[in-house]
Design a protein around this ligand. Structure first.
Ligand code: DC
Length: 222
C-alpha cells in the first residue's frame, strides 16, 4: 500500500508550509485538500449556489476540472491561485465543507492522490477520515493569535489586504465551525503526533515531524 503522511490542523497552523517541506524532502506527492474545498466554495459562489443546496453543491464538486501545477491552481483552465487564498474564499470553503454530500463527493478524489512513492496530505480530516490507515499522522496546532499573525504576514507578502483583529475573529469563527460540524470535524486522530507550534520555528516543526517519519520508516532516512 502506498505510504501516506497526514498533516491536519486548524486554519493558519502552518500545515500547508510544513506539508510542502515534508513532501519536498521525501520527494513525495502533495495533496492540499483545503484547496479542493476552496475551489468548491468559489465554484458555488460563481454559480450562485448556497450552502443549503447540498445536492447541487456535490454536483459542482464532482464536475470541477482542477489542475495543480506546483503552487499554481487552475479551475476549468483559469488560474485561481490567488483568488482561492483570500479570507472570503476560506470562509466559503469552510461553509461548503460542512455539507456531507460535498465531503463524500471529494472523498475518492482525495484518495486517488495516494500514488508511489508516497503522499503528504494536509487538511482537517486526512488522518481521521480520508486516510485512516496513514503511515504517520500529525496534528499541528498554534494559538489563534499566532495563527492570525502568520496569516496577516502571508497576506501582506502577497500584496493582499489584511486587518489583524478581523483575522483573529475570523479564525476563531472558522475553528468553531470546523470543530463542531457533524461530519469529519477537526479533531486529532487518536494515533496522531500532536505538535503545538506557537513557540516553534518552521525548522523545529519540520525536524519533529521528520524524526517521527524516520522512526516509523527507517528506510526513508537518507
Ligand atoms: O486548509 P484551508 O484553510 O485551505 O481549508 C479551507 C477550509 O476547507 C477550512 O476552513 C475547512 C475546509 N477543509 C475541510 O473541511 N477539510 C479538509 N480536509 C480541508 C479543508
Amino acid at each position: 500500500m502506498t505510504r501516506v503522511i497526514t498533516i491536519d490542523g486548524p486554519s493558519g497552523s502552518g500545515k500547508g508550509t510544513i506539508a510542502g517541506l515534508v513532501a519536498a524532502r521525501l520527494g513525495w506527492h502533495l495533496l492540499d485538500s483545503g484547496a479542493l474545498y476552496r475551489l468548491v466554495g468559489l465554484t458555488a459562489n460563481r454559480a450562485g449556489v448556497d450552502a443549503d443546496q447540498a445536492e447541487a453543491l456535490a454536483d459542482l464538486a464532482r464536475n470541477m476540472k482542477v489542475e495543480f501545477q506546483g503552487d499554481r491552481v487552475f479551475l476549468d483552465g483559469e488560474e485561481v491561485s490567488l483568488v482561492i487564498r483570500t479570507e472570503s474564499a476560506g470562509n466559503a470553503a469552510s461553509k461548503v465543507a460542512a455539507v456531507p454530500e460535498v465531503r463524500s463527493a471529494l472523498l475518492q478524489w482525495q484518495r486517488d492522490y495516494a500514488r508511489e512513492p508516497g503522499l503528504v496530505a494536509d487538511g482537517r480530516d486526512m488522518g481521521t477520515v480520508v486516510f485512516p490507515r496513514a503511515t504517520v499522522k500529525v496534528f499541528l496546532t498554534a494559538s489563534a493569535e499566532e495563527r492570525a499573525n502568520r496569516r496577516y504576514n502571508q497576506l501582506k507578502e502577497k500584496g493582499l489586504d489584511a486587518n489583524l483583529p478581523d483575522l483573529v475573529a475570523e479564525i476563531r469563527e472558522r475553528d468553531e465551525r470546523d470543530s463542531n460540524r457533524s461530519v469529519a470535524p477537526l479533531i486529532p486522530a487518536p494515533d496522531a503526533l500532536e505538535v503545538e507550534s506557537t513557540a516553534l520555528s518552521v525548522g523545529e516543526v519540520l525536524a519533529r515531524i521528520l524524526d517521527k517519519v524516520y522512526e516509523t520508516c527507517p528506510d526513508l532516512r537518507v
